[in-house]
Design a protein around this ligand. Structure first.
Ligand code: ASP
Ligand code: MG
Length: 457
């Protein structure tokens, strides 16, 4: 049994859905479960509809909604679906009727709660999967549309709901297993779930990967396939370094580290349920289904290169805090982290000395409140327009001389912060944004001059 997840671009239009049907057809013996995202940018558009409505712009919101409906109908009709009054046409009509009612309510109340945002966003996946189910049927496959909300049980932290795993695992067994046993292909919405009280939730933007991993783990799948629009995980972003190579095999730890530092291929949390069950995750390109992509496994095979990939994130802010009481200031770090925790702002890189600490943050919306609090603890200065560059590899800890190679590659640059975690699978540098391309290219040249053919293409 395998779980095949298709992201927004892999279901964006009729052509993409046809490719999807071929991919599933070729894997039918492996008992696929399909998990799909909303078509293209639908989620963004639906949230825009809700925001527009909540500003009181009722007609504008309704017009936007009509456009989204037309897009779905047009792509479905290209596939011979929803041309007459079939069940998909009825579902689409019903969903848009419900959304119009939501819009009218929002426009009257002029208040947008996270709960309503989730209700609205959920229609994206519900629409795409309704169409997809019929696409599979039309291509000769017995498919069954599921309601992910029966299976994915969450808390009520709307827009970023947490999974209640025990309830979810039981619900997946109850609702999905019989469908697979009956020889059908379940078509399941990514991203959405439901509270025990029955409210629709979403599990965070880009959460369909997570849904796939949750379902895969609950079903003890043999493989989780993340079908996307890139060749797999690359040694770095090919738009930055055109010599970037595909990584054939990577460990969960490495992939998590990369995802965290901005590699857009995979939602970091995807890793967790799959890791727990040691289920391999494949990242595959739906435009080139015969390519082998990248496999993410519990333990990657040995690799001769110390660095597996170079990830980066720009537009980072560095916050420096110096203890005003200088030495012996125990509790200093504690106070600082408490402040970030209070504002729920994640800190990415940390470097400390006896009297000062530097931290990087990605989110700056609450920064001024944070700085005000930090000033009670020490002297604070904030520097924007920084970038994090992160060399990742399980092998970093085994191969000596890696810092030397990295520093040589960066010798012309001013390095603001350096950190190597205790796990020793990454070395991270913080530099000025404007020097980022140079840094990434330099490091890529240095670490991938020669590559292990078993691991890289
Ligand atoms: N459709 C959702 C989003 O755009 C979930 C996903 O694509 O994974 O965030
Ligand atoms: Mg996505």
């Amino acid at each position: 049994m395998i779980v095949c997840k298709f992201g927004g671009t892999s279901v964006q239009d009729a052509e993409a859905m046809t490719r999807l049907a071929q991919i599933i057809h070729a894997r039918i013996k492996q008992q696929p479960v399909v998990v799909a995202s909303a078509m293209g940018k639908t989620t963004n558009q639906l949230l825009e509809v809700a925001q527009t409505a909540a500003k009181g712009k009722r007609q504008e919101a309704l017009d936007l909604l009509t456009k989204i409906k037309e897009k779905h109908l047009k792509e479905a009709q290209k596939l011979g679906i929803a041309v007459t009054e079939d069940w998909v046409a009825e579902a689409i009509s019903a969903y848009f009727k419900e959304m119009r009612d939501l819009v009218k309510g929002l426009a009257a109340l002029r208040e947008l709660t996270p709960r309503v945002m989730d209700a609205m966003a959920s229609y994206g996946e519900r629409l795409s999967t309704a169409i997809l189910t019929q696409v599979l049927e039309n291509n000769g496959m017995p498919a069954q549309l599921m309601d992910a909300r029966q299976c994915i049980v969450t808390d009520d932290n709307f827009t970023r709901a947490g999974i209640l795993f025990d309830l979810t695992d039981a619900a997946v067994a109850e609702h999905l297993k019989p469908v697979i046993k009956a020889g059908k292909i379940p078509v399941f919405q990514g991203f959405i779930g439901r509270t025990t009280g029955g409210s629709t939730t979403t599990i965070g933007r880009g959460g369909s990967d997570y849904s796939a991993a949750i379902v895969g783990a609950a079903l003890d799948a043999d493989d989780i396939q993340i079908w996307t629009d890139v060749d797999g995980i690359m040694t770095t972003d090919p738009r930055m370094v055109k010599e970037a190579r595909r990584i054939k095999s990577i460990s969960f730890n490495e992939a998590a580290e990369l995802a965290y530092f901005g590699a857009k291929v995979l939602h970091p949390a995807t890793i967790i349920p799959a890791v727990r069950k040691k289920i391999p995750v494949h990242v595959l390109n739906s435009y080139k289904p015969d390519q082998e992509g990248t496999i993410i496994t519990d333990e990657a095979p040995p690799c001769e290169n110390p660095v597996k990939a170079i990830a980066f994130k720009s537009g980072i802010t560095v916050v420096n805090v110096a203890s005003t009481r200088m030495l012996m200031a125990y509790g200093f770090l504690n106070k600082i982290f408490e402040i970030f925790a209070h504002y729920k702002v994640p800190v990415d890189v940390v470097a400390t000395s006896e009297v000062s600490v530097s931290l990087t943050v990605d989110e700056t919306s609450e920064l001024w409140d944070i700085v005000t609090e930090l000033k009670k603890v020490g002297e604070v200065n904030v520097e924007g327009s920084k970038s994090i560059v992160c060399c990742v590899g399980d092998n970093l800890k085994n191969i000596p001389g890696v810092p030397h190679i990295a520093f040589s590659a960066l010798q012309d640059l001013k390095i603001q912060m350096i950190s190597q975690g205790a796990s020793a699978i990454n070395i991270t540098f913080v530099i000025d944004d404007e020097r980022l391309p140079e840094a990434v290219r330099g490091l890529h040249d240095a670490f991938f001059k020669k590559v292990d053919p078993l691991i890289f293409e």
